[in-house]
Ligand binder design. Structure first.
Ligand code: ACO
Length: 331
């Protein structure tokens, strides 16, 4: 009889650039203050990638650590899914650059763009491909260089974002742990509240941005804030219902790190104390799709997670996209 199996996270890794950009540094660049940023967002500092360093270097460093943590050979990886909205190139994809750098010679590779929800989207793909038997060991690497996509003269956005990479190896697990359920969604209708033009932009897009800054992030912060506060709790409730699980059975929620007030609002709606909501915003800022795998890696290395712990991963982002996953920790 075939054993029942699931797809589980069997290894994690993360990487950051060396240089930090503090709120005090930003005070010298734009009309803002450490007090405003700390109070309104919870962010104190973020990492900033050197202009000469490709993002793929960070992504590969996080990937190598995840493969090592998983205790498998890099040749055993048969698929790499990279998630990013700030790739070095559209072609080759970030996933192909990582494949080359880490020597994953047996892996297919492609990128996913679901903005900050990228990791949760990739997790559902990985789950489907493993449970169906199509792939055995999938590396998800989520890496972002958002400081390359902001206008450092725009205080509405430049104080929020940072750079970093997080990775996870997803493989077949046969001990009852693993990804229980994933719930994804998108509201394309609201896409215009957060935009980064690429090869095309409208007059309206250009009018919202500074001179010569056609390809930077523009965001209606308060629209995103309202959406995020609601969707983080709604998506969490949906995934709990789908998995027939109660919030009290969840050890930690790992939310996308955008603003501490969004996390507090969601926690309040869910009736969960902030001690059970993981946050590293203070030191990383918003690193988009990299934030959840980085948080998981931190928590795992701090020995906060035990095998079988039930976790919720929940994110929202540009698109607009959202998603949540219920995971029983496999390491
Ligand atoms: N420093 C000082 N003052 C500022 C700054 C700043 N960095 N930014 C804005 N202000 C000012 C505004 O100009 C405004 O001044 P006014 O009252 O004189 O007009 C005042 O502060 C209040 O502005 P609000 O926009 O109302 O501030 P709010 O409390 O809503 O915070 C913020 C703004 C932090 C952007 C918040 O709305 C937010 O976090 N939104 C969600 C953003 C988010 O999560 N984005 C990520 C999406 S994920 C992805 O896919 C990339």
């Amino acid at each position: 009889m075939t054993k029942h199996f699931k797809a589980g996270i069997i290894g994690t890794g993360s990487a950051f650039p060396e240089k930090k950009l503090t709120n005090f540094d930003l005070e010298k660049m734009v009309e803002t203050s450490d007090e405003w940023i700390s109070k309104r967002t919870g962010i104190k500092e973020r990492f900033i990638i050197d202009e000469n360093m490709p993002l793929s270097v960070l992504a590969s460093e996080a990937s190598k650590k995840a493969v090592e943590d998983a205790g498998i050979n890099v040749e055993d990886i048969d698929l790499i899914i990279a998630t990013t909205i700030t790739p070095d190139y559209l072609s080759p994809s970030l996933a192909c650059c990582v494949q080359k750098d880490i020597g994953a010679i047996n892996a297919a590779a492609f990128d996913v763009n679901a903005a900050c929800t990228g990791f949760v989207y990739a997790l559902q793909m990985a789950q489907g491909l493993i449970v169906s038997g199509i792939h055995k060991n999938i590396l998800i690497v989520s890496a972002e260089a958002l400081t390359r996509a902001v206008d450092f003269k725009d205080r509405n956005t430049c104080v929020l974002f940072g750079d970093g990479a997080g990775a996870a190896v997803i493989s077949r697990v046969e001990d009852g742990t693993g990804i229980e359920s994933v719930h994804l969604g998108a509201i394309g209708e609201m896409g215009s509240v957060l935009t980064i033009p690429c090869f095309y932009s409208t007059e309206e897009d250009r009018s919202k941005r500074g001179e010569g800054m056609d390809r930077v992030i523009w965001m209606d912060g308060s629209e995103v804030f309202v959406f995020a506060s609601r969707i983080m709790s709604d998506a969490t409730i949906s995934i709990l219902e789908k998995a027939n699980t109660h919030i009290d059975d969840i050890k930690y929620i790992f939310p996308h790190q955008a603003n501490i007030r969004i996390l507090q609002n969601a926690a309040k709606r869910l009736g969960v104390p902030m001690e059970r909501v993981y946050s590293n915003l203070e030191t990383t800022g918003n690193i988009s799709s990299a934030s959840i795998p980085v948080c998981l890696d931190e928590a795992s290395k701090k020995k906060m997670l035990q095998k079988g712990d039930k976790l919720i991963l929940v994110a929202f982002g540009g698109g607009l996209t959202y998603g949540a996953s219920l995971v029983s920790w496999s390491k």
